[in-house]
Design a protein around this ligand. Structure first.
Ligand SMILES: [Zn+2]
Length: 336
């Protein structure tokens, strides 16, 4: 009890809006690299229905106003505050047939809510590639000129292009020119309209692109988790790629959520495997929020639990929760 009481007090402090999260006896900076923003009406109706089912009752009854509130720049900042996160990264998305469109311009607009705390990842359309390739690459390059647009977001499964299709590799060249890491969705996705076949979801199909672009940083989103069957999926492939190539990083978002990992098995297991393989310096924390009010905070708490379960030291936890992000994206590390 003697040690428990101060820890509980510290935890209680960690739950208010003070920056940082409590890990063991330390307060650690937290940056959430995976957040969504945008307009509810731009999300295709099938995906809107999917999302609103996930809002806790009674919020699902009024999904539109709930979504509008959490998807704005101010809404995201409020969710970051609840989690103790100092900063976050908003994703542009161009997936008109699945999860919808959040333009680079929309992301930049939402970043303006507080440009000292929000960054963005830019993206581009690939669905009319033969006609629009040069135009789309130029637009991506222009978006990356914005000082807060620090990386590129791609989701082959949601955008319907193969991971090993060389005609799209110009995207990785533009990213390297801007020192902009590329975040890639990996693993089967639950969203309606997704391409689920292996060349769109299995990170093994990224091997060729990674090997050919040593100056581009590749961040493997969701660690290849199989969201359709609720299984580990391609975790080991992600670890093999990270061991083989120094320009591969790992992002454990979404699959450790209360709905995806109710017994808190998958996230501790993935973090334990990463540590066993000596890859702690490759992990970059993200939640895939805001989703619904409180999700960003809950995901951070579940991750802290998982890091502790997996035997991470305070220094290792700090690397995962904020240090690796600063190094890979070339931004100032957060000091509390
Ligand atoms: Zn996401």
């Amino acid at each position: 009890m003697r040690t428990l009481i101060p820890l509980l007090l510290l935890f209680a402090v960690g739950c208010n809006s003070d920056p940082g999260v409590v890990f063991g006896e330390d307060r650690i900076a937290l940056v959430d690299m995976h957040l969504h923003t945008g307009e509810w009406e731009d999300i295709p109706s099938g995906t809107r229905a999917f999302l609103s089912e996930r809002f806790p009752f009674p919020l699902g009854m009024d999904a539109e106003s709930t979504a509008a509130a959490v998807l704005s720049g101010e809404g995201v900042l409020a969710e970051l505050d609840k989690a103790g996160a100092t900063q976050g990264v908003l994703f542009a998305v161009y997936a008109p047939l699945s999860v919808g469109i959040t333009t680079n311009e929309t992301v930049i607009e939402h970043i303006d809510a507080d440009s000292s705390r929000l960054w963005g990842l830019a993206s581009l359309r690939v669905d009319r590639w033969v006609e629009e390739r040069d135009q789309q690459l130029a637009a991506l390059s222009a978006a990356l000129e914005h000082p807060n647009m620090i990386g590129v977001k791609l989701a082959h499964a949601h955008q319907h292009f193969r991971m090993d299709a060389g005609e799209y590799y110009g995207i990785y060249e533009v990213a390297a020119q801007h020192n902009a890491p590329v975040y890639l969705h990996t693993g089967p996705s639950p969203f309606p309209g997704t391409s689920q076949d292996a060349p769109y979801t299995d990170p093994a199909f990224l091997d060729d692109a990674i090997q050919r672009h040593p100056d581009t940083q590749f961040i493997l989103g969701h660690l290849g988790f199989d969201f359709i069957n609720g299984e580990e999926g391609d975790l080991e492939t992600c670890l093999t790629l990270a061991k083989t190539y120094e320009n591969v990083f790992l992002e454990p978002s979404a699959f450790g959520s209360a709905s995806g990992d109710p017994d808190q098995i998958f996230l501790p297991h993935a973090l334990r495997r990463i540590r066993e393989e000596g890859l702690v310096d490759r992990v970059i924390y993200g939640s895939d929020g805001p989703q619904s009010p409180g999700f960003v905070n809950t995901y951070a708490e579940r991750t802290i639990h998982a890091l502790s379960e997996a035997g991470y030291s305070n220094a290792e936890a700090e690397a995962v929760l904020s240090g690796n992000f600063a190094r890979v994206f070339g931004v100032e590390p957060v000091t509390l």
